[in-house]
Design a protein. Structure first.
Length: 294
């Protein structure tokens, strides 16, 4: 290797070295440290003893963990399809070069910049049965207000409603970006062929947005499987654990009972579940695309 090639290689390594350092320090090292901690019984003060698979066996027999796992998947199923369809419809409605459309884009996106604390505070006022917005509407209609935050069967839908309102901005913008990449001559050709609006949407718009749909679904699935702040601040996981998610379970185990190894084992299971779900979604969509192309 001549000196010029060696100089270029060293220069390239020096260019990426800061990124590699922080990537390893912030992501790779904590990942392997977490795997190591999951096989130990350890508290927040360090030390601990090696217990092998004991933490994982405890999780397999822990009904609280089972309920939090079920709650997490249920709330993700409530949020992801609804959010995907709703934001796609909003993007279709606001994909216009008008001032009103621009204003409404800003209105719908504005909730995304709020912190989870502000969001949960707003929705506490909305969902409170005694003096909340929905409670007052129910009372005005002559109905009994619903205890959204204290009823076992309504707590998860309340979390889903809050999260959809909070998360609507980013996927809407992604769909808008995808819509604006579709050439206008494709729609003109469809109009010349006499295609209806539904046919144009189904045969032109939706296939062109397939990659965006996959991206939105994968991002939202990974995000909602990690739902935490809404569950902690809005319902505290109640009533009776009906809205406790996996991340809240991890938080309570680590900082409530000081069982850091046990909490880390639950976190590793969550990591594997997110990885499996997202890879499965990607595989299914890739297979569907290959089938359509064939």
């Amino acid at each position: 290797m001549n000196s010029g090639a060696l100089r270029d290689r060293v220069g390239g390594f020096a260019f990426v070295a800061p990124f590699l350092f922080f990537y390893v320090a912030i992501l790779i090292y904590p990942l392997f440290l977490g795997i190591s901690l999951s096989f130990r019984r350890v508290d927040l003060f360090g030390g601990g003893t090696f217990v092998g698979l004991d933490n994982y066996l405890r999780l397999a027999a822990d009904p609280v963990f089972h309920q939090s796992l079920l709650n997490t998947f249920l709330v993700a199923l409530m949020i992801v399809p609804t959010l995907t369809v709703l934001t796609l419809l909003l993007a279709l409605a606001l994909n216009r070069p008008t001032r009103d459309a621009t204003i409404f884009r800003g209105v719908f996106f504005s909730s995304s910049v709020l912190s989870v604390t502000i969001v949960t505070l707003i929705w506490r006022f909305v969902l409170a049965p005694d003096a909340g917005l929905l409670g007052e509407m129910w009372t005005a209609l002559g109905w009994e207000p619903l205890p959204f935050l204290s009823h076992p069967q309504l707590a998860l839908p309340a979390l889903a409603l809050t999260t959809i309102w909070w998360s609507i901005g980013l996927p809407m913008m992604l769909f808008l970006a995808g819509l604006q990449q579709i050439p206008e001559d494709v729609y003109e050709a469809a109009a010349l062929d006499g295609a209806s609006r539904w046919t144009t949407f189904w045969r032109v718009t939706l296939p062109a947005l397939r990659r965006t749909v996959v991206l939105v679904v994968m991002l939202q699935t990974a995000a909602q499987l990690q739902l935490f702040g809404q569950s902690q601040l809005l319902t505290a996981g109640g009533p009776s654990g009906a809205s406790r998610t996996i991340v809240l379970f991890i938080f309570e185990s680590a900082f409530g009972r000081w069982e850091l190894g046990y909490a880390t084992a639950a976190a590793e299971i969550l990591f594997i579940l997110i990885l499996i779900v997202t890879l499965t979604q990607y595989w299914l969509t890739s297979r569907s695309r290959e089938t359509d192309g064939g």
